[in-house]
Design a protein around this ligand. Structure first.
Ligand SMILES: Cc1cc2nc3c(=O)[nH]c(=O)nc-3n(C[C@H](O)[C@H](O)[C@H](O)COP(=O)(O)OP(=O)(O)OC[C@H]3O[C@@H](n4cnc5c(N)ncnc54)[C@H](O)[C@@H]3O)c2cc1C
Length: 413
């Protein structure tokens, strides 16, 4: 099978790259090669089926890795130009109280995928689904993709095969391994936008507890990043968007990373101590197990007291000494958990690490193989939770696809 431009991967970046390539060279034959039976499956699952496709508040702070994602995003058309003006999808911001997040007005990710699929059909872009690329051979005048059934020859190649996160959506890092064998440098990989693992012993009694607060990633007493939001305690991990946004730090600080939670960030320590001293007066007859039941759900309230005071829980609150009250306040303001691992890939939404920025030029063309372009999650950038990863996928897809189409047109085929 022969085509002009082949795209490996029919996800967010691959579909966008295909559209941009065809728009740049209407005469080119553009073919998407997708391993799964249909394209766009991960987009459908995104944002709990609602597709948080971008974010109004976007800065360098939201991207991690060697690729300068913001620089590329800012150069490309924004979500209104692409989704509303070009694809006809009405978008809104702030759905579900997620400040800054952009969603389709329909509140359904299917709206996005359908609009993209219709554009792909209208432009005459070919899709070969159920076709896994197993290897890439570089030829003098293009590339041969070794696939599970037939091989595909192309003049230009766009790699949009994603990373390792959520392998049920076709992304098991297979193409990243092929590129590594071809000499591409990769940055250290770990799950991003994912829960962080904590020893089950340390979480005993907390399973199912959700609490709003402030959580910091800490290494050797240095605060690396602080997030606010709801954390959720599970058997062997802590999750919640605020934790998801710290997960990428595991790759750099593995073995020396902790999470420190402030469960009452709006109450200064002194105020909290006075509040607890007042409880000692007003609820003095109750057992110390009840000390915090006016502030937190029971399991969390008991957990904090047990972790800060070493005496029978049946003792009376009135018997608490000042240093014990201080210990409880300390625990509430800085409850620390050592991170013992990252979550499995199936629980991750993105990949920290990937093909290093030094392997591509400003148009996302490979520096190692002319005519090959890379976009999306396979490159070394991971965005925060909140629309940042999809925004990178669309923007990098537009750039890689557009540059690829232009270069083919410029070469006069
Ligand atoms: C459950 C979930 C929810 C998410 N929600 C959001 C959200 O709301 N907002 C947000 O910004 N981000 C979200 N993300 C992250 C975001 O979806 C991804 O970062 C983005 O889809 C990456 O796009 P991509 O095109 O680079 O890769 P992918 O979307 O992963 O697409 C890669 C495609 O390549 C195909 N492929 C892989 N290997 C081969 C091969 N060898 N041969 C042929 N095809 C191959 C795969 O089957 C896949 O279809 C979510 C992720 C998950 C898992």
């Amino acid at each position: 099978m022969i085509t002009d431009i082949a795209i490996i991967g029919g996800g967010a970046s691959g579909l966008t790259a295909a559209i941009a390539a065809k728009e740049a060279d209407r005469a080119a034959k553009v073919t998407i090669v997708e391993k799964l039976p249909r394209t766009g499956k991960k987009i459908i699952a995104s944002g709990n089926g609602k597709c948080n496709l971008s974010n109004l508040k976007l800065s360098e702070h939201n991207y991690h890795g060697s690729v300068n994602a913001v620089d590329i995003i800012e150069k490309m058309p924004d979500y209104t130009s692409f989704f509303t003006d070009y694809l006809g999808v009405l978008c809104v911001s702030g759905s579900e109280g997620r400040e800054g997040g952009i969603y389709p007005r329909s509140n359904s990710s299917n709206t996005i995928v359908n609009a993209m699929r219709m554009k792909i059909e209208e432009l005459g872009i070919e899709e070969i689904c159920g076709c896994e690329v197993k290897d890439i051979i570089c030829e003098k005048d293009g590339f041969t993709l070794i696939c599970n059934d037939e091989n595909i020859r192309c003049k230009r190649l766009i790699i949009a095969a994603g990373g390792y996160a959520a392998p049920t959506f076709g992304t098991d890092g297979g193409v990243m391994r092929i590129l590594k064998n071809m000499g591409y440098k990769t940055a250290k990989i770990c799950p991003a936008v994912a829960p962080l693992r904590i020893s089950p012993d340390r979480l005993k009694g907390l399973k199912g507890v959700r609490v709003k607060g402030e959580i910091s990633a800490v290494s050797c007493e240095r605060i690396l990043r602080t997030e606010r939001g709801e954390m959720q305690f599970n058997d062997n991990n802590i999750s919640g968007i605020c934790v998801f946004n710290l997960a990428y730090l595991f790759s750099e600080f593995e073995g020396k990373l902790s999470l420190k939670a402030d469960l009452l960030p709006d109450m200064p320590w002194n105020e909290l101590k006075s509040y607890l001293e007042n409880i000692r007066k007003s609820r003095g007859n109750l057992s110390i197990e009840e000390l915090l039941t006016g502030i937190f759900v029971k399991n969390l309230a008991v957990y904090i007291v047990k972790n800060s005071i070493d005496r029978p829980m049946t003792d009376k609150i009135s018997t608490l000494k000042n240093n014990e009250i201080s210990a409880v306040a300390n625990c509430i303001k800085s409850l620390e958990f050592e991170v013992c691992g990252c979550s499995p890939w199936q629980n991750a939404q993105s990949t920290m690490g990937g093909i290093h920025s030094s392997c591509v030029d400003k148009n996302l063309q490979s520096r190692l193989h002319k005519g090959m372009y890379l976009c999306g999650e396979i490159l070394d950038t991971a965005g925060d939770c909140g629309g940042y990863n999809l925004q990178w996928a669309w923007s990098s897809g537009m750039l890689a696809g557009g540059s690829c189409g232009k270069s083919l047109k410029g070469a006069g085929k």
